[in-house]
Design a protein around this ligand. Structure first.
Ligand SMILES: NC(=O)c1ccc[n+]([C@@H]2O[C@H](COP(=O)([O-])OP(=O)(O)OC[C@H]3O[C@@H](n4cnc5c(N)ncnc54)[C@H](O)[C@@H]3O)[C@@H](O)[C@H]2O)c1
Length: 350
């Protein structure tokens, strides 16, 4: 298999590149290298002759066209995105630009390329639009999202992802482009940019800084290890049914406060000098419009494609904490590179 992976220098995209190379595939990683990117996440594969990197923006039609013509991929996995909800509250237009305009540009390039293929290669080709459960809005205490859930995005991030997903589905419906959309729950694991909840809490704790918990911390997220997600996406690229949506998750719902406390417990064991790390927990003003609960029913990808998550949340979280403790050289430059002040407060002022 030959893949073009967009956003491959990001958290999930780099896991997809590593997994695809390990599986014997060829990969062109096409990434704009925004603040959230790290080419160091690809150190494991950069010497491999089947791996290549190209700095490009998915909004750049000529760059997209050239990449597809050069690589002649069997699948495109679109992970290029602006992804931080708090940043989308402060500045939505960058999210519209990449997540909607960029997705449209990539789809147009993919369509022209797909039309140039032989019927046999057209049948094998997939465009995997990697999306989130956040497009479905917020759940009450009961129930889970599945492929039939209504799109009801609440944050500018979720709305921009929903727009990209709608375009992808429209390209399948209108032009017959073999698009597969995935809606995945929250990911965690190594190489996640340190502004997201789990790495932020680990690194603040290591530095003795407050561990910010938004509101009462009772928001529920459904956690999936990034390597399980990467395996699911490669399966969709190989065998996902064109025009279909697949929900991906590991049935691992946890309250944010419980996740923060579990990180503290793991740190207490690994780094007793700072114990008890939970003394650093600080409840702060909640995010504007913060969704209360997400949960995914992954029954369709499990039964149709035989995918199963392999990493249990508690074990995966302990390994993730240990990974950050062991990989200071990876995160220290990133930590220095972004403004650590609280983001997303523009919503509260409105
Ligand atoms: N992180 C999660 O928990 C999660 C859950 C479900 C779905 N997703 C989706 O998975 C995808 C990847 O998420 P992530 O957490 O790895 O994101 P990330 O922020 O870690 O990485 C995004 C990558 O995309 C690149 N990028 C941004 N704009 C670009 C552009 N215009 N052209 C080319 N590259 C560009 C960045 O440089 C970066 O390397 C996103 O589409 C996101 O919506 C994420």
């Amino acid at each position: 298999m030959r893949y073009v992976v967009t956003g491959g220098a990001g958290f999930i995209g780099s896991a997809v590149c590593r997994a695809a190379i390990a599986a014997g595939a060829s990969v062109l990683n096409l990434d704009k290298l925004t603040y959230a990117a790290s080419l160091e996440s690809l150190a494991e594969v950069e010497g491999c002759p089947r791996y290549a990197f190209r700095q490009a923006d998915i909004c750049d039609a000529a760059a997209v066209k050239a990449a597809l013509a050069d690589v002649q991929p069997d699948a495109i996995l679109n992970l290029a995105a602006e992804t931080h909800v708090d940043r989308s509250i402060d500045g939505p237009s960058a999210f519209v630009q990449t997540n909607m305009v960029g997705t449209a540009t990539l789809l147009e390039g993919a369509l022209a390329y797909w039309r140039s293929l032989s019927p046999e290669r057209q049948g094998r080709f997939r465009f995997v639009q990697v999306s989130t459960d956040e497009v479905y809005g917020s759940l009450g205490a009961e129930g889970r999202f599945d492929e039939n859930s209504r799109y009801q995005p609440n944050s500018p991030y979720a709305a921009s992802k929903a727009g990209g997903d709608h375009l992808a589905r429209a390209f399948a419906h209108t032009y017959g482009l073999p698009v597969v959309v995935s809606n995945c729950s929250n990911n965690y694991g190594p190489f996640q940019f340190p502004e997201k909840l789990i790495p932020l809490v680990i690194l603040n704790a290591v530095e003795g800084r407050p561990l910010p918990v938004y509101g009462d911390g009772g928001q529920v997220r459904d956690w999936l290890h990034v390597e399980d997600h990467a395996a699911a996406l490669l399966r969709l690229a190989a065998r996902g049914r064109p025009g279909e949506t697949y929900c991906i998750g590991a049935r691992a719902e946890r309250r944010n406060l419980d996740v923060v406390q579990a990180i503290c417990a793991a740190l207490d064991a690994l780094r007793p000098s700072g114990a008890p790390h939970a003394r650093l927990i600080a409840h702060v003003q909640d995010r504007a419009g913060h969704d209360r609960r997400y949960a995914i029913d992954p029954g369709k990808i499990e039964s149709e494609l035989g995918w199963r998550p392999r990493i249990a949340f508690e074990a995966g979280l302990r390994e993730t904490v240990a990974w950050y403790l062991d990989h200071r050289a990876w995160w220290e430059p990133l930590r220095a590179r972004y403004d650590r002040s609280r983001l997303g407060l523009a919503g509260a002022a409105a």
